[in-house]
Design a protein around this ligand. Sequence first.
Ligand code: GLN
Length: 483
Amino acid sequence: MLPPQCTRLASTPIRVLRERVAEDPDFLFEYIEEVYRVIERHEPQIRAYITLRPKEEVLGEAEALLKSGKLGPLGGALVALKDNISTRGIRTTCGSRMLESYVPPYDATVVSKIKESGGIIVGKTNMDEFAMGSTTENSAFYPTRNPWDYERVPGGSSGGSAAAVAACEATVALGSDTGGSIRLPASYTGTVGLKPTYGLVSRYGLVAYGSSLDQIGPIARCVEDAAIVLDVISGHDPRDSTSLRVEVGGFEKYVVDEPLKSYRVVVIEEMIGEGLDKEVAGVFSKVLKKLESRGLRVEYRSMPLLRYSLSAYYIIAMAEASSNLARYDGLRYGIQPEVEAVHWTDAYGRVRTAGFGYEVKRRILLGAYILSEGLYEGYYLKAAKVRRLLYEEFVRLFREYDLAVSPTSPTLPPRIGEVITDPIRLFSLDVNTTPINLAGLPALSVPGGLANGLPVGVQVFGPPLSEGPILNLARIIEVSRSE
Ligand code: GLN
């Protein structure tokens, strides 16, 4: 499922790239030239990137890579990174004026791993400021357009990453997902987006939003590419204290066209309830029929507690954000405008007034309010209890079932300007993705088909560390789509 910007050469999957380059090293240069032709032609409209590396620099790195002979699992793939992932020597703005000219002195762990595995960084992608949003319209710079329809949003907050991959302006990308920011844009752009189990991928070098929820993950044009990238970026990292100590890897081998087990699949009724567009419902039920025709059993279960998860998510995310964003004071981090203030509170106030956008300010204020004395118990503590109960419900559910599926988003991609002024509508796009982050579960969005010419994503999720079976089921949805 590719939009019209893609050419055959520019849409080469990683495994094919790896094989072709091994046979004929010059193929890598041809491929890079073609991706940059697509970028030159379409990027002026799409605006997926904040910082794009010059072609000559990228070709130079490709040459060095070929000389080293260590093509690795990525084989010269062009990797786009969301602009909240730290890159040594490359500006990392977080979509914010506050970090407009910030150049990190170190690479995030995922970036080091990409480089060691034969990946070439192509650029840094647009995002909602500090990853707060669902449409990429909260970027301080400009909105990104959806390659399938330039009047529509690509989703957010990793909208630039998803648009770049969908339009073949990169081989794959990394995004971050606090409440759906990888899966929602994947759903709206017809790409595959995977949010790993909390702790599976290191957060070292990821600019924090809600630290107990944030995870980095791949956005790709096919399930196999997502698995290859997950193999590269996952694993224990002593620099992230929440990193899991588990043996991981071998995700690629789960990407096969037949179920590796007769998975018991569940649909949670609350995830297909009120607010679900009929176009989305149509695609989703076709996908379920295909799964059943392949001999998989699909059952329905109710989980009433899910009603509270969106509110619990926004309380916890804003509380953590208000604390995480305190460091942007113009001294440690952030812009340093001409300040003549005599008192530090004036200086602090001016830096933050000038550096942060409207949505970020609103969330810092709400987060501080939620955590204030006398209100903490009623908001934060209650949300934390909902989170715990939700986790326990999921544990019970996954004793009976192997995997669950749902629509990723209840709607088709909104038009630019359509939901951004209506926080309730905007927040409700995250209704099916946020419970996953609260419970720390892995989840993937895979295209289920088109409705009115627009992509519709299906979310596949499961218990902690079920990435293998999730990739397997997603692959089955991917192959049955074109049948
Ligand atoms: N839309 C959600 C929010 O604004 C999720 C964002 C994300 O996952 N980074 O918080």
